[in-house]
Design a protein around this ligand. Structure first.
Ligand code: B12
Ligand code: SF4
Ligand code: SF4
Length: 348
């Protein structure tokens, strides 16, 4: 593709992405630096991925887009804002309610972003390139690629921060065989700020720009199977699915306009759901309540385990009956968490 044609194609892709509702876009080579590969290796060697064995099993491909798809030349990194209209942490102060992280209060972003990526990929293919689309689950290091593409920088909380959208961008990529002019990587704008580091309830950052997932509430409530280790139970508070504390305190959020994707706008019933009502959900009730959303993936038992921990942290005697009910749950992990919760509320 001639230089002028490649530049025009890039402009056309940007316009199409904006029309599809993407909030950010950048272009980079289908490659990662040796520094990023080393960072991934150090993270895995330290065991920071916990039981997410899928992080290690395709590490070669994760650390090198060329191993994933040798013909890929360019990566188009795309961001979709889900910036909330109010205080993302408001529900944390309501112990009889469950706090669901902002991205999970409505439809599953994987479906939304993949749909938009496929439309954009068709457009790119019509210009002559082969294309593949990715969002979250593929062995692709989305944050370093977005950084290289100039969409933002990886903040000290390890997520991508954007000058325009703060910490509230979800990411997806299109890899293509087209040779498109790359953008410049974004400079790091964290400076001397340490707000995300001190905000973390479980002290999950061994150092700035490094996360030990095993200590992260997002990992513990979403990825971790089995009983939640006792040392983290109190700090989890009422966070029943994911955690936003390190994102929400980032000063760059003040430049973020509220996300425009209405399928990601919080459902009223998922903004501050009653713990007592959640504790009463059986499998069918759980699947009905969370149909079309990301929470469905973890299943009723893991979710209700989290609800039991939140009930145990509530300090609310009115929830004692719910805890006792869960202590007799058919699932042993839920029953153990329910028993723990009941023992915390018994003397109130
Ligand atoms: C695994 C994973 C998790 C894990 C681990 C997170 C992590 N930081 O590794 C858990 C379950 C904890 C998690 C949590 C969350 N996640 Co997540 N997650 C991912 C996933 C699938 C892979 C991330 C990854 O590659 N980690 C591996 C490490 C090595 O990479 P890294 O963090 O970029 O680390 C770099 C440096 O920090 C350094 N480094 C890291 N550790 C070390 C150690 C040493 C010793 C050294 C020297 C260097 C070093 O090297 C790396 C390369 O440069 C991505 C999707 C994807 N495919 O990329 C989503 C993704 C990162 N998650 C996302 C989100 C939204 C979240 C949550 C906010 C969800 C929530 N509300 O609960 C939280 C945020 C927690 C946090 N502070 O990071 C978004 C982030 C969007 C953005 N703006 O960046 C992504 C991109 C998904 C998406 N498509 O939008 N997540
Ligand atoms: S998501 Fe929560 S627990 Fe995980 S690193 Fe951020 S503040 Fe800590
Ligand atoms: S809170 Fe501060 S240190 Fe953390 S990512 Fe935002 S600017 Fe960087």
């Amino acid at each position: 593709m001639a230089v002028a044609e490649a530049a025009a194609t890039k402009v056309a892709i940007g316009a199409r992405a904006a029309a599809l509702g993407f909030d950010a876009i950048g272009f980079t080579r289908a490659a990662l630096s040796a520094r990023e590969r080393a960072g991934l290796q150090a993270y895995l060697a330290a065991g920071n991925h916990g039981t997410m064995g899928w992080m290690a099993s395709r590490a070669d491909q994760r650390g090198d887009p060329g191993m994933l798809w040798p013909e890929a030349v360019s990566v188009i990194s795309l961001g979709l804002s889900y910036a909330p209209p109010g205080d993302a942490l408001a529900t944390i102060a309501r112990p009889d309610r469950g706090n669901i992280s902002v991205y999970a209060r409505n439809r599953d972003y994987h479906d939304i972003i993949k749909g938009k990526l496929k439309h954009l990929a068709q457009f790119i293919a019509s210009r002559g390139g082969s294309v593949k689309v990715f969002v979250d689950t593929a062995p692709v290091m989305e944050k370093p690629l977005a950084h290289a593409a100039g969409v933002g920088w990886q903040g000290k909380h390890t997520n991508l921060v954007s000058r325009s959208h703060g910490s509230w961008l979800l990411l997806g990529e299109i890899m293509t065989t087209l040779d498109l002019p790359p953008d410049a990587p974004h400079a790091d704008r964290c400076g001397s700020c340490t707000k995300c580091q001190t905000a973390c309830p479980t002290d999950a950052f061994p150092a700035p720009y490094q996360l030990d997932a095993r200590r992260c509430i997002s990992y513990l409530t979403i990825e971790h199977e089995g009983p939640i280790p006792h040392e983290f139970r109190t700090a989890i508070g009422n966070r029943i699915y994911g955690c936003d504390d390190c994102l929400a305190v980032c000063p760059w959020n003040k430049f973020a306009a509220v996300g425009r994707e209405h399928k990601l706008a919080a459902r009223d019933d998922l903004t501050a759901p009653s713990l007592a009502a959640l504790a009463a959900l059986d499998d069918a009730g759980f699947r009905t309540m969370f149909a079309g959303g990301p929470i469905k993936r973890i299943g009723r038992n893991r979710f209700i385990r989290n609800v039991a921990i939140a009930i145990g942290n509530s300090g609310d005697a009115r929830l004692r009956q719910s805890a006792v009910g869960l202590a007799f749950d058919a699932d042993p992990v839920v029953a153990e968490a329910g028993d723990w919760a009941a023992s915390r509320l018994v003397s109130l």
